[in-house]
Ligand binder design. Structure first.
Ligand SMILES: [Mg+2]
Length: 119
């Protein structure tokens, strides 16, 4: 069975780019543009990995990550952050995020990191 990846980002262009690149790697992709939708998909689909944007209107990435940890689902999380979000990144790592990529990131590096974590 192909592994499942959930992409959580409020920017349409980023979701489309990531979906395109990661689908080509053979993953099943889900998308969410906000926290409640993301949490719904987490519970229904139990994704193997989540690419989680830090800055999202409403629930931000950190809040989403906190709820995911409370749900106690076994999912890997990679954060997508903006420059200078060091405190938020530290907190995300404490909540078990495996890595973070600062936007604008190198899509190939991100693809490789995803593959490495899902091997
Ligand atoms: Mg954003």
């Amino acid at each position: 069975m192909p592994k499942k990846i959930l992409i959580v980002d409020d920017q349409f262009g980023i979701r489309v780019l990531l979906q395109e690149v990661l689908q080509r790697e053979g993953y099943t992709i889900f998308q969410a543009n906000n926290g409640p939708t993301a949490l719904d998909i987490v519970q229904k689909e139990n994704p193997d990995l989540i690419l989680l944007d830090m800055k999202i209107p409403g629930m931000d990435g950190l809040e989403i990550l906190r709820v995911i940890r409370k749900l106690e689902v076994e999912t890997k999380v990679i954060m997508m952050t903006a420059y200078g979000e060091l405190n938020l990144i530290r907190e995300a790592m404490e909540l078990g995020a495996l890595a973070h990529f600062t936007k604008p990131f190198d899509i190939d590096e991100l693809r490789q990191a995803v593959n490495a974590h899902l091997m």
